[in-house]
Design a binder for this molecule. Sequence first.
Ligand code: GRF
Length: 186
Amino acid sequence: LRLAVLVSGSGTNLQALLDAPAAPFEVVVVGADREDTGGVERARARGIPTFVCRVADHPDRAGWDAALARSLATHDVDLVVSAGFMKVLGPQVLAAHRVVNTHPALLPSFPGAHGVRDALAHGVRVTGCTCHWVDAGVDTGPVIDQRAVRVEDGDTVETLHERIKVQERAMLVEVLTRLASDRSWR
Ligand code: GRF
């Protein structure tokens, strides 16, 4: 299964895909919405093609959407994985690709860019992470899988997010392994 992975941050989810032993998927390109992300560095370290597609480099979101779709189109990708990508994908990308996103909360609770902070602030005792199909909304597509993570006393956003990411990385590898063998989603 040929994957494009979109990142905005440190890229530890991407790293989990790169390190997955005997995985039935292959990361063929990594895209970012900003320069100098950990994710792009991790791809370059493995000789994997990368591209950076910044919203600021385009007159509007439609121009950015078109450029992102063009970048993806040059790599013959089966599935796009958004792993910590902090932009809402546009209709041109979504028309051309199935996209899986991973979110560090139990959707539909705590969608958006601050899911860990919001769950902690709400005082939940259990949160977690969600893998879902991306639709036109923000963190709103059909759920594929979820994992629960307990909130510990004294947790900060950082300590909780790190604990969630341990589960998130394992969940992502498991989901992509399943999608590689059962391609009825195509
Ligand atoms: C992940 O928890 C992802 O769900 C969230 O941001 C984090 C990205 O982490 N949107 P990384 O860049 O994969 O380390």
